[in-house]
Design a protein around this ligand. Structure first.
Ligand SMILES: C[S@@+](CC[C@H](N)C(=O)[O-])C[C@H]1O[C@@H](n2cnc3c(N)ncnc32)[C@H](O)[C@@H]1O
Length: 208
């Protein structure tokens, strides 16, 4: 079997997780391994598209798998949930992410577009083999993001969605799962019926 061309050399995930100081977040570590595998197992000649960068952790994980990553986030405190607002504590989270990537030696793998998914749609890559949605989790927003981006996933590529399930602690409940079900019904046949769920991370393979 021909060896897949990788744009960048993979870096061991344990090293990245340790240096990001995330070893003490057990549920995140498990999901990070799953995301690393998805990034390493899909066509590396295309960039990953991520919606929702925050401090750059998940972008770092996918970049460590040897991928070019385009991550989209306006980093607008108005869009942060109360927990994120408290953690940000006035810091510029885009800069926090960039500094982390620099320290990890992966800054050249990651492009940050400082805009909402909707505003970045024209600028973002037209094709991807891995779409990772982790922006606003309310049903209508996820549905809109899917409408704009899921069609860019190539056959045998994958759509991964974070915060699948009912863990919402905000005034408006999350609707990631509901948004996907609604979207998949509309695009019946393009996507596998099988949703693989690991922790709060779900992924679905594109069939054609
Ligand atoms: C849960 S955090 C992302 C965490 C990140 N994926 C990680 O695991 O390291 C959600 C992020 O989505 C961003 N966000 C909110 N609405 C957005 C939108 N419409 N488009 C893109 N990003 C958005 C927020 O600014 C926030 O940084």
């Amino acid at each position: 079997m021909a060896k897949r061309k990788r744009t960048f050399e993979p870096i061991p995930l344990a090293d990245i997780v340790h240096r990001l100081g995330r070893l003490q977040v057990p549920h995140w570590c498990g999901e990070a391994w799953r995301l690393y595998d998805l990034a390493g197992g899909t066509d590396s000649s295309l960039p990953v598209i991520e919606l929702g960068c925050w401090a750059g952790y998940s972008a770092a994980v996918m970049a460590a798998a040897g991928r070019a990553v385009v991550t989209i986030d306006p980093h607008d405190p108005e869009l942060y949930n109360p927990t994120q607002l408290a953690i940000a504590d006035g810091r510029d989270m885009a800069q926090v992410a960039r500094d982390a990537w620099e320290v990890l030696g992966i800054a050249d793998r990651i492009t940050l577009i400082g805009a909402t998914g909707a505003d970045a749609a024209k600028q973002a890559p037209s094709k991807t083999s891995l779409l990772y949605l982790d922006a606003n989790h309310h049903e209508a927003d996820v549905r809109a993001d899917l409408e704009l981006y899921a069609g860019r996933v190539v056959a045998q590529g994958c759509c991964a969605l974070h915060d699948w399930g009912d863990r919402g602690d905000e005034a408006i409940p999350w609707g990631v799962r509901e948004a996907w079900r609604d979207y998949a019904l509309t695009y019946d046949g393009c996507w596998s019926d099988y949703v693989s769920v690991y922790g709060h991370l779900a992924d679905i393979v594109r069939l054609d």
